[in-house]
Design a protein around this ligand. Structure first.
Ligand SMILES: Cc1cc2nc3c(=O)[nH]c(=O)nc-3n(C[C@H](O)[C@H](O)[C@H](O)COP(=O)(O)OP(=O)(O)OC[C@H]3O[C@@H](n4cnc5c(N)ncnc54)[C@H](O)[C@@H]3O)c2cc1C
Length: 414
């Protein structure tokens, strides 16, 4: 084992690799454990906003992206504009970065490559299933019967985090109870990536608001557009990224063409054009108190701490804010200075400050995302839809107010 403090990072999604890179810069010896045997296909896409991109830039983590979002467009299914705004054009001067869509797989593989380039060990096919905290160390157990020991452990294993379950179980040792599965929000998404159509201007993030259905469209490369249809569904659907075979693809296209009857051709063409369509349930969880985010030698970040439904486009960006703050608060262990303590009390002080700083902000955003899902994106009844559209127009009518809201989100974390 290296003489530098070893940090066990569980999960190589967004937060795990970024935190590993930041902690390596501070002198730690991070090891990343990922349950998937070989990282690769990881769902459709996500929006990186300036708050997340600032953190990615600290580790050279911004994949080459040449398609910033320059315009927000909100409109009706037939293409009538409710709101159009070129506010994102000012993001670089106001917040230091543009907003950008990225294919999830491209981001994950880029982060994996950065780990390898930095000489950080990544163990794929290692699925966490136990945690034992000792006086000076923590030992993680994996389903492949292997163990690993470090000074502390960071749970960055996403919405179904084993780390979270194990930490919560420690709170209830008598009953061994942790927490149930994530909460199905009653909404699902059907999504794909298609070639850019003539009518879909570059740099535009479009939101189409129908009755009981919402479509979001944004570019993820110079020639590709990511789209996602949100709708309600009574029956819970797993949050699976798997696509189906050719028959399944045709069935999904047919279902969407029926669901999107009356939508402008641009949207229907995207659906027809997709080589692959995925469908998944949308989940979040009840918030944890800040004190539940950590134990003696373990702390949760990202979706493991505050899983969210995607309607605000902030889950990954908040995971990245977590990385910045946790790494900032942990002592620098590079060099000869022994002016730090990774004893239980020292770690607890850091974890506690981190969780107390991050819990209120992330908790509010998770609630806001859930509210948006049901009050703005998937709304039923002609009258309620008219009210929703009017609220949208009103909300965007005062640019100063819009900027105030954006500032609260995007001026962070530094
Ligand atoms: C449909 C959808 C759209 C979204 N769009 C956006 C968006 O536009 N913008 C945005 O900011 N966010 C978006 N999000 C949210 C975003 O994807 C998450 O918030 C983000 O990925 C969280 O990062 P993370 O590192 O915490 O977890 P993840 O990225 O989920 O990574 C967790 C990793 O841990 C691994 N793992 C799980 N269990 C174990 C285990 N037991 N042992 C070892 N490894 C394990 C997983 O395989 C995975 O690689 C969206 C989410 C969804 C569902």
């Amino acid at each position: 084992m290296s003489s530098r403090p070893t940090v066990l990072l569980i999960g190589c999604g967004v937060a795990g690799p970024v935190l590993a890179l930041l902690l390596k810069q501070k002198g730690y010896h991070p090891i990343v454990f990922e349950k998937v045997a070989a990282l690769g296909d990881a769902g459709a896409s996500l929006m990186l906003n300036p708050n997340g991109l600032k953190v990615l830039s600290l580790v050279n983590g911004i994949p080459s992206l040449e398609h910033p979002i320059t315009t927000f467009w909100h409109g009706t299914p037939s293409g009538t504009t409710l709101v159009t705004s070129d506010l994102p054009r000012s993001y670089p001067t106001r917040y230091g970065h543009s907003a950008r869509g990225v294919k999830r797989t491209a981001l994950n593989l880029h982060l994996k490559q950065l780990l390898l380039d930095a000489g950080i060990e990544l163990r794929e096919g290692w699925q966490l299933n136990s945690i034992t905290e000792n006086t000076d160390s923590v030992t993680a157990g994996f389903t492949n019967d292997q163990t690993a020991t470090g000074t502390f452990l960071i749970g960055s294993d996403g919405i179904k985090a084993a780390s979270r379950r194990l930490i919560l179980q420690k709170e209830n040792p008598a009953t061994g109870e942790g927490e149930g599965p994530p909460t199905f929000t009653g909404l699902i998404q059907v999504a794909g990536i298609s070639r850019t159509t003539r009518e879909s201007p570059r740099g535009r993030m479009g939101n189409y608001y129908g009755e009981g259905v919402h479509v979001i469209v944004y570019p993820v490369s110079a020639s590709e557009v990511s789209w996602a249809v949100t709708m309600s569904q009574d029956k819970e659907m797993a949050e699976s990224w798997q696509s189906e075979g050719a028959e399944g693809l045709q069935a999904r296209k047919k279902m969407l063409e029926e669901k999107l009857a009356g939508f402008e051709d641009t949207v229907l063409e995207l659906v027809r054009d997709a080589d692959r369509i995925i469908s998944f349930g949308l989940f979040d969880r009840q918030e944890l108190e800040a004190e539940q985010w950590f134990s003696k030698r373990c702390v949760l970040v990202g979706d493991a701490a505050h899983p969210t439904s995607p309607h605000l486009g902030q889950g990954a960006n908040q995971a990245l804010e977590d990385c910045y703050h946790l790494s900032r608060l942990l002592p620098n262990v590079d060099g000869d200075s022994a002016d730090y303590s990774l004893a239980e009390t020292g770690l607890k002080a850091v974890f506690s400050e981190f969780a107390r700083l991050r819990q209120p902000r992330t908790s509010a955003l998770v609630k806001e995302a859930r509210r948006l899902g049901h009050e703005q994106r998937v709304v039923f009844g002609a009258e309620r839809c008219r009210e929703r559209d009017a609220r949208l127009v009103a909300a965007w009518s005062d640019p100063e107010k819009v900027f105030e809201g954006m500032d609260r989100l995007l001026k962070e974390p530094f």
